[in-house]
Design a protein around this ligand. Structure first.
Ligand code: GRF
Length: 190
């Protein structure tokens, strides 16, 4: 059984989708949820699902004991699902090719440091795009620039608001993220 660590600091709907999927397809188990917001919704999910959590701050995040703690879980994958801090270089190197992120646009468009959450959808609508989507990619040391694994598209409608577009994007995420994880774990080489 593969061990998966999720980093999330938001509502956690993607974390929930992954947890639910793994109940139906028990190829792996979420062994830890790492979070930098003590009041994040994902922590309520972790409590209900009985998954251990680790709350981090900027100092502990860059500490070498952080890598040791993660390594104790022997993760096959570290999954960023709504996690905004840049992953320290030491962590990226230690878990090279094991960290993946989901971004709510078709990268390289609408990516980078300040492009997250509703800002992405606002920018997509303001640019009059007809199509948006999601990108699942490996994490390297530059925001949103690691190798792309999968992209999925959806339409942007004339009457879309950032909220309605965000809902459509979340549906894509909840479908593709767990299935991409499944694919990667099936083809996993340690
Ligand atoms: C998702 O839209 C994801 O693409 C982005 O952050 C959001 C997290 O949403 N990285 P949730 O917390 O999983 O609901």
């Amino acid at each position: 059984m593969h061990s998966i660590i999720i980093f999330a600091s938001g509502a956690g709907s993607n974390a929930q989708a992954i947890i639910n999927y793994l109940k139906q397809h028990p190829i792996g188990k979420v062994s830890l949820i790492v979070c930098n917001k003590p009041n994040a919704g994902v922590l309520d999910i972790a409590a209900v699902e009985n998954i251990p959590t680790l709350i981090i701050d900027k100092t502990s995040f860059n500490d070498t004991t952080f890598i040791t703690t993660l390594a104790q879980h022997q993760p096959s994958l570290i999954v960023l699902a709504g996690f905004l801090w840049k992953i320290p270089g030491g962590v990226v190197q230690f878990f090279s090719n094991k960290i993946i992120n989901i971004h709510p646009s078709l990268l390289p468009k609408y990516g980078g440091k300040n492009m997250y959450g509703q800002r992405v959808h606002q920018a997509v609508i303001a640019a009059n795009e007809k199509t948006s989507g999601i990108t699942i990619h490996y994490v390297n040391e530059v925001y949103d620039e690691g190798e792309i694994i999968v992209q999925a598209h959806c339409s942007v409608r004339a009457d879309d608001t950032p909220e309605t577009l965000s809902q459509r994007i979340h549906q894509l995420e909840h479908f593709y993220f767990p299935r991409t994880l499944h694919f990667l774990l099936e083809h996993y080489k340690s």
